[in-house]
Design a protein around this ligand. Structure first.
Ligand code: ZN
Length: 292
């Protein structure tokens, strides 16, 4: 559930009916996902985004990490590699473009660990009905707290976000629940080399990246600024668009000339799931310049 009482357009039953392959992942809570979105041409397309399989995902750990912090992250990476999703990681010193970067922050409370993840969209997100969006995870940046007593569990949880699952199931057996006790238990178990799996992430990786969950009509003209910016981006050859999803807000941006961000902020995302008119799209200062 994404707040409110109404079931989202992709509740568990509908998902299972549309994707029978999910039956193999019993206990999965994929319906609790906070989807990625593409607002364009007066519609809001909500979809899943995950990494492409077949190539290891580059991961870098900040140079100032202690040996113990590195060990915890390596255990968490190995646990996800062994969880049956099909993902693997390449440990690199520094990222060159796509990948996951992990840093440690002093004085941060363990529950404040966070992840910003980006989904890259091709073809302007414009998809014929019944088809998937051309989308894949491309980057994530994780902040973990120093002195986190459940560091392996926190790393597993944040890596779950980095792998493409935004949101927190309220029920069930998933590392993606906001549940300190579970994080600690999992931390201890995986720290001792115990088994790890997560049906919810397995379910995400059982479906193609870009799988469409819903398409909601928007009021006429609501996506006009974004449609114009997308056309400018195409003409100028900017890199992107890259999407970020937060609790209630998100961002769609391109890297323009010199690598500067040109972005639109999306607010009212959660409310928009029940009432698409509540979605607001605001260009940032750089985007305003281009739109003028
Ligand atoms: Zn979380």
């Amino acid at each position: 559930m994404l707040g409110g009482c109404a079931a989202p357009a992709w509740d568990a039953e509908q998902l299972a009916a549309r994707h029978p392959e999910l039956r193999r992942h019993s206990g999965q809570r994929l319906a609790a996902v906070r989807p990625y979105y593409w607002p364009g041409r007066d519609a809001l397309t909500l979809f899943l985004c995950r990494w492409r399989l077949g190539e290891p995902i580059p991961v870098s750990i900040a140079a100032d990490a202690t040996a113990e912090e590195r060990r915890a992250v390596h255990l968490a990476l190995a646990a996800w590699e062994g969880a049956g999703l099909g993902v693997s990681f390449a440990r690199v010193e520094r990222l060159a473009g796509a990948g996951i970067e992990i840093e440690f922050v002093s004085g941060m409370l363990s529950w404040a660990a966070s992840t910003v993840a980006e989904c890259a969209v091709g073809g302007d997100g414009d998809v014929p009905p019944g088809r998937a969006v051309d989308a894949r995870m491309r980057a994530a940046s994780i902040q973990l707290g120093r002195n986190d007593p459940r560091l392996v569990g926190s790393a597993l949880h944040e890596l779950g976000h980095a792998l493409g699952f935004q949101g927190h199931p309220r029920r069930g057996d998933s590392i993606m629940r906001r549940d300190p006790k579970r994080l600690l238990e999992t931390s201890v178990r995986v720290g001792k080399g115990g088994a790890f799996s997560d049906a919810t992430l397995s379910a995400l990786y059982a479906l193609p990246s870009g799988t469409v969950l819903a398409r909601l009509p928007l009021p006429a003209g609501r996506t006009a600024a974004l449609d114009r910016l997308a056309a400018i981006a195409r003409r100028k050859g900017w890199r992107g668009p890259w999407l970020q999803v937060g609790d209630t807000a998100g961002r769609i941006g391109w890297r323009g000339a010199g690598g500067a961000w040109v972005a639109l902020r999306l607010t009212g995302l959660r409310a928009a799931l029940e009432d698409p008119r509540k979605l607001a799209i605001e260009p940032d200062a750089n985007a305003v310049r281009w739109l003028d």
